[in-house]
Design a protein around this ligand. Structure first.
Ligand SMILES: Cc1ncc(COP(=O)(O)O)c(C=O)c1O
Length: 378
């Protein structure tokens, strides 16, 4: 089936008991059994829930995986995937990943004896030569917030030469634009909170896998650790994915308009968006994705300048998160990447004047006018 058809239909059948076209919210904690060991495949709702399973099948189809497991947040999905790693193993992470991922790895998992190295993976050849041995490579592409592009196919080869796994956090692109499993990655993770749900009204996460052993482990882990996605959140994300194929092109069209506008403004020192032909990762991104997305970062030089813009805009809402129909604007140094120390942010180039915008699907003229008003205040 085509991608838009899968968005609407994959994993979903009319409800067998009523014919309801929309998968119901199975809001139950348990299921009545007919006798000892006699049930319909459902015992307890942490272990199995039909609404969650419908979403897992849907997301599995969209990412072209073999199975998928949904969790209570993107971070819970990330933590679940990291349970494949044992103390003493080394994990390499592309530098400037989402601050919460960096925090989970360095503050929660490192004390359990997992070794983490944060390296620039945007030059796959140099990375392969210098990265040393590792058991798992974790990347985002484009990276958050500096939009560095990583070559998924080349990094998959680098990982597999070491018998290691490549995990891609595909939250920024969504499977509409980029499907890492088709390019050689082993596992894809999403914060479903973002484009997949798309309406800023649910927090969740998913891990999509290719390998049956990984699927078995994640199913076991999901039940054992228990950070499951609720039935209502599963239903909201299922509702969101139905329109993914119509939302994403509009997000991108607006993203291009906003990025182009920002680049023309004298007060903006630099705009980070992989859609510009002179972006260092443009060609790689174009090869591995079908669009450039709606996440744009731009540098205003100082925290004071960023603060003035963020206070002056009206339509662009100052807030954490991204990927909703409404435009959200944020300040990585004090928000998404506050978990990094100032020297770490300086080393990565995440300056205090950096602003990130997740461009929504409003009328682009209104967005440009709002950002223009914001820049007038700088
Ligand atoms: C790229 C990326 N990955 C993972 C996460 C974590 O997701 P959640 O907030 O759903 O836990 C975020 C959240 O902002 C993100 O931007």
């Amino acid at each position: 089936m085509g991608f838009a058809t899968d968005c609407i239909h994959a994993g979903q059948e009319p409800d067998p008991s009523t014919g309801a076209i929309v998968t119901p919210i199975f809001q139950t904690s348990t299921y009545v059994q007919q006798g000892l060991g006699q049930h319909k495949g459902y015992e307890y709702a942490r272990t199995q829930n039909p609404t969650r399973r419908a979403l897992e099948k849907n997301l599995c189809a969209l990412e072209r995986g073999t199975d998928a497991y949904c969790f209570a947040s993107g971070m819970a999905a990330t933590n679940a995937v990291m349970s494949l790693i044992k103390p003493g193993q080394r994990v390499v992470v592309s530098d400037n990943v989402y601050g919460g991922t960096h925090r989970l790895f360095t503050k929660i998992l490192a004390p359990y004896g997992v070794e983490f190295a944060f390296l620039d993976a945007s030059d796959a050849g140099a990375f392969d030569k210098g990265a040393g041995e590792f058991a798992l490579l974790w990347i985002e592409t484009p990276t958050n917030p500096l939009m560095k592009v990583c070559d998924i196919a080349a990094l998959a080869q680098a990982a597999h030469r070491r018998r290691a796994l490549l995990v891609v956090d595909n939250t920024f692109m969504s499977p509409f634009f980029q499907r890492p499993l088709e390019l050689g990655a082993d596992i894809v993770v999403h914060s479903t909170t973002k484009f997949l749900n798309g309406h800023s009204d649910s927090v969740g996460g998913v891990a999509v896998v290719k390998d049956k052993a990984h699927a078995q482990w994640l199913q076991y882990y999901q039940n054992a650790a228990g950070a499951i996605l609720s039935p209502f959140d599963s239903w909201l994300v299922l509702r969101g994915t139905k329109t993914l194929a119509v939302r994403m092109p509009r997000h991108e069209e607006n993203g291009r308009r906003v990025a182009t506008f920002l680049r023309e403004q004298k007060k903006v020192r630099k705009v980070y968006w992989p859609g510009f032909t002179d972006h260092p990762g443009h060609d790689v991104h174009r090869r591995q994705s079908s669009g450039f997305g709606a996440l744009i970062s731009f540098d205003l030089g100082t925290r004071e300048a960023a603060d003035r813009l963020l206070r002056a805009v009206k339509l662009c809402s100052l807030g954490e998160s991204l990927g909703g129909v409404e435009t959200l604007i944020s300040h990585p140094a004090t928000m998404t990447h506050a978990g990094y120390t100032q020297p770490e942010r300086d080393a990565l180039g995440i300056g205090n004047g950096l602003v990130r915008v997740s461009v929504g699907i409003e009328d682009p003229e209104d967005l440009v006018a709002d950002l223009g008003r914001g820049l007038d205040a700088v």
